[in-house]
Design a protein around this ligand. Structure first.
Ligand code: FE2
Length: 280
């Protein structure tokens, strides 16, 4: 068990190390980092977490990591410095025009693949750790969100592109609707090692290994302030919902959580053998 000195309340459960052998690859997928307080939390906790879990590959959703929201070069570099191998994005990734150049140049800072070729950056990468090559795909949901290419069709193309190039693939599905996320989980069951939902910032308790060997969770949760509305100062969120007028959101200080999952994948079969939630 890891005791977080920042928190008297939250604890991390340690994954069963007996599951670890030469064929097992351990993946950490971390939920949406929110603003400066979130990147500070990530910087403080992730290096230790990676060591304790003996993580092979770490994927972090960073679409809200800039102060305000969206992503900046500075915030992306902080997330990589904290230990991310890959940063995934979402509907706020394109919020800042000055970030487009970085997206085009960075192989491992993704935006949802279904934005299409005319958008800056890319939604697929391969994290090559020598002994294991892991495909990462970032998709955006289309239920209650942008009318992008159908993410199921887009995923078919992504799998075709990655075929023969990787031991297995993990997916960050940044989406609003629980049903769309679960449908994607079952659609990709047996085709990818993991489908992790992001965007709604509240960690769900439905982590499971689907029947054909895909690890699944509807939402990884958030790396951000506990006493908040999805990372936003509660009084400002209330004002917005009561008045429907424009409100400049701010993020409160105070205790933060880092949330996500640890997934063990058998790299010979490409199937997940274990998933557990992290909240620290
Ligand atoms: Fe989002």
């Amino acid at each position: 068990m890891i005791d977080d000195p920042d928190s008297a309340v939250y604890r991390v459960r340690v994954a069963p190390l007996e599951a670890m052998n030469g064929n097992i690859c351990r993946i950490l997928m971390i939920g949406d980092v929110v603003s400066a307080v979130g990147t500070e939390k990530l910087t403080a906790v992730l290096p230790r977490l990676k060591k304790e879990y003996a993580a092979d590959v770490t994927v972090v959703n960073g679409e809200n990591a800039a102060v305000g929201n969206g992503l900046t070069r500075q915030a992306a570099e902080q997330i990589f410095s904290a230990g991310a191998d890959c940063i995934t994005g979402g509907n706020h990734t394109f919020r800042r025009r000055e970030f487009y150049e970085y997206l085009d140049a960075s192989e491992f800072c993704l935006r949802p693949e279904n934005y299409g070729e005319s958008a800056p950056g890319r939604g697929i990468c391969i994290v090559d750790k020598g002994s294991v090559r892991v495909g990462v795909v970032n998709l955006l949901g289309t239920v209650f969100m942008e009318p992008l290419e159908n993410p199921f069709d887009c995923m078919d193309r992504a799998l075709e592109a990655l075929r023969g190039e990787v031991h297995f693939t993990v997916v960050d599905f940044h989406a609003e609707a629980t049903a769309e996320k679960r449908a994607m989980g079952f659609y990709l069951d047996g085709k990818v090692a993991a489908v992790a939902g992001t965007h709604t910032h509240v960690q769900t308790a439905d982590e499971q290994i689907l029947p054909c060997g895909t690890a699944y969770i509807t939402d990884l949760g958030m790396t951000g302030p506990v006493q908040s509305v999805l990372g936003v100062e509660p009084s400002l969120a209330i004002e917005k919902m009561r008045t429907h007028l424009p409100v400049r959101f701010q993020n409160p200080d105070g205790e933060c959580l880092l949330q996500g999952v640890c997934i063990d994948v058998d790299k010979q079969t490409g199937k997940a053998v274990h998933i557990e939630r992290i909240s620290v």
